[in-house]
Design a protein around this ligand. Structure first.
Ligand code: XUL
Ligand code: CO
Length: 438
């Protein structure tokens, strides 16, 4: 694969009229938008698992994507995989990456071998990072693929399994710190249940929180200053995942006093599986001060599972970037393409084109979101819609100066109220008008 990749041109910004498919039409990394270079607003990251490991296997057929990395030992192959990852990121100008422990290191026969392999491969990856300036966005541990995790990891019914998960997470945190990562993710792989007939939910949730406290205590004791993230998902692989959506996770974090250290890593396809829009999840996180990072992808409206497609929906990307701008941009987080090419897009060219499509979609989303804010009509409408709370009785409600007695007295003295229009269609038309005048 590396040969085919090397044969491709470096991907550069050529503007929207370019017909060169290996160019960016909207992503111009150093162009300043809202006071920052686009690349700092977008902070694109490559997902190691989909981009370097996924082979296109589905329940109906074997892999279609060539994952035969050069070398005779698993470690040599892991190094060749890292070479490809970094060559690809350089070709695309992607400055960050994200990994699970077992994406980068051979799993070996037991946890000791995994630990040793992780140390060796991170030494190697560190040299590639130093050479290229590419950075780690976040790391995580895969505590869901190995059969030992069939009943969960932190929420497993057996303490020995909990101990194995803690071990993997400890070593993945060490790897994250070693590579200068600014985040550590908990996606609750199999942290959920299939049936309450066999489940002690209260104990499982308490244990999940215990595991997270241990992770925070350990990482902070080793000097980690980045953010921890929970990545909500409502279902798949278990029928009911505990981290259902942002609101559910906020309740969990507050109950267990984890809200000082944890933020959200919000994935578009997980939001839609929860019956929300991507924007809803971002918005809930933002107004609760737990917006952290994003797994950028999209699902398919007609399919009820996590298809992890590369994001090409401009409307959703625009609303996402609208929220990101309003959140003040990313600090430790970024836009990680937790996305995979379709099974029939099996060539390295397809992976490059998929990243270009995703990056251009978010770059265009950023441009349009910026225009929407400059235009101001939607913002102004929302502000005016609530302006009755800035004076008179509204201001008194906000200030906590009135209760039921005072409000009853006030309401009984009212004449007929002229109720405002919500004006949804008009606002959608403004949105389209701005979107298509970019
Ligand atoms: C699974 C998923 C994961 C996490 C990292 O749906 O999104 O890849 O992002 O474990
Ligand atoms: Co994800």
């Amino acid at each position: 694969m590396i040969k085919q990749l090397n044969a491709l041109p470096e991907v550069k910004y050529e503007g929207k009229d370019s017909k060169n498919e290996f160019s960016f039409k909207y992503y111009n990394p150093d162009e300043i938008i809202l006071g920052k270079p686009m690349k700092d607003y977008l902070k694109f990251a490559l997902s190691y698992w989909h981009t370097l490991c996924g082979d296109g296997t589905d329940p109906f057929g074997v892999g279609t994507i060539d994952r035969n990395y050069a070398g005779t030992t698993p470690m040599e192959q892991a190094k060749a995989k890292a070479d490809l990852a970094f060559a690809l990121m350089q070709k695309l100008g992607v400055e960050y990456f994200c990994f699970h422990d077992v994406d980068i290191a051979p799993e070996g026969n037991n946890l000791s071998e995994l630990k040793a392999n992780l140390i060796e491969i991170t030494d190697y990856i560190k040299t590639l990072m130093d050479k290229t300036g590419i950075k780690l966005l976040w790391g995580t541990a895969n505590c869901f693929s190995h059969p030992r995790y069939m009943n969960g990891a932190g929420t497993a019914s057996q303490a020995d399994v909990f101990a194995c998960a803690a071990t993997q997470i400890k070593n993945a945190i060490d790897a994250t710190i070693k590579l200068g990562g600014t985040g550590y993710v908990f996606w609750g792989g199999r942290e959920g249940y299939e049936t309450l007939l066999n489940t002690n939910m209260a104990l499982e949730l308490d244990n999940m929180a215990r595991l997270m406290h241990m992770a925070v205590d350990y990482a902070r004791s080793k000097g980690f200053t980045g953010d921890f993230y929970i990545e909500p998902k409502p279902k798949e692989p278990t029928k009911h995942q505990y981290d259902f959506d942002v609101s559910t996770v906020i309740g969990f974090l507050r109950k267990y006093n984890l809200d000082k250290d944890f933020k959200m890593n919000i994935e578009a396809n997980h939001a839609t599986l929860a019956g929300h829009t991507f924007q809803h999840e971002l918005h809930v996180a933002r107004i609760n001060d737990v917006f952290g990072s994003i797994d950028a992808n999209q699902g398919d409206l007609l399919l009820g599972w996590d298809t992890d497609q590369f994001p090409t929906n401009i409307y959703d990307a625009t609303l996402c970037m609208y929220e990101v701008i309003k959140a003040g941009g990313f600090t430790n987080g970024g836009l990680n393409f937790d996305a995979k090419v379709r099974r029939a897009s099996y060539k390295i060219d397809d992976i490059v084109l998929a990243y270009i499509a995703g990056m251009d979609t978010f770059a265009l989303g950023l441009r349009i979101a910026n225009k929407l804010l400059e235009d101001g009509r939607i913002e102004d409408f929302v502000a005016k819609r609530y302006d009755s709370y800035t004076t008179g009785i509204g201001a008194e409600i906000i200030a906590g100066k009135v209760g039921f007695e005072e409000l009853e007295k006030y309401a009984l003295g009212l004449d007929e109220i002229e109720i405002q229009s919500g004006k949804q269609e008009g606002l959608e038309a403004i949105f389209n008008n701005v979107m298509f005048s970019v």
